[in-house]
Design a protein around this ligand. Structure first.
Ligand code: AR6
Length: 179
């Protein structure tokens, strides 16, 4: 981990980290997957590599996931107990329901965490790599949706925004400090 800070929601339940999500010992890490759930590049590739072949086998048995929804598997060789796989939208300019689908990824992942009794969850910046969603818009939306969810939930203890690179980290840092 390179950088880490906690943010003052009334109860400090949001944390910002710069580092590799596959190293986090939280209850669940969220994977920015594709509809097949059979792995790919970016964070998805890193998660499958670190978790080992058991993850792919369990993903195969699920049979895919529509954009905006989420599915849960065990974490296998990861320090995280579970992986929540969600499928972000491919960005086509912003007029094709991308924001609603991205918001739905965060909400569905958090709901799945609550339904499974999980307390700590870490998100990458979904859709902002291969899927091309502008980073600032995506981070603003992620922060707003997570805050809204936490305002109505008392069971989640920690939501971590895990930024792989410094650009994303400074973006979240600025947005979390000002909103
Ligand atoms: N830890 C945390 N964040 C990471 C890591 C990591 N180890 N690696 C990359 N990121 P992307 P998408 C960040 O492309 O845009 C895959 O092929 C990265 O900096 O992983 O949702 C899937 O199979 C970026 O900010 O996901 C899909 O086909 C963020 O993760 C497609 O890519 C998301 O980038 C999904 O594209």
């Amino acid at each position: 981990m390179i950088n880490s800070s906690s943010y003052a929601m009334p109860d400090n339940r949001i944390e910002l980290i710069q580092g590799d999500i596959t190293k986090l010992a939280v209850d669940a890490i969220v994977n920015a997957a594709n509809q097949s759930l059979l792995g790919g590049g970016g964070v998805d590739g890193a998660i499958h590599r670190a978790a080992g072949p058991g993850l792919l086998e369990e993903c195969r048995s699920i049979g895919g996931c529509p954009t905006g929804e989420a599915r849960i598997t065990r974490g296998y060789n990861l320090p995280a107990k579970f992986v929540i796989h969600t499928v972000g939208p491919v960005y086509h300019g912003g007029k094709y329901g991308e924001a609603e689908k991205l918001a739905s990824c965060y909400r569905s992942s958090l709901k799945l965490a609550v339904d499974n009794g999980l307390k700590t969850i870490a998100f990458p910046n979904i859709s902002t790599g291969v899927y091309g969603y502008p980073k600032e818009e995506a981070s603003q939306l992620a922060i707003a949706v997570v805050k809204q969810f936490l305002a109505g939930d008392e069971t989640i203890e920690k939501v971590v925004f895990c930024c792989f690179d410094h650009e994303n980290y400074s973006l979240y840092h600025r947005l979390l400090s000002t909103c």
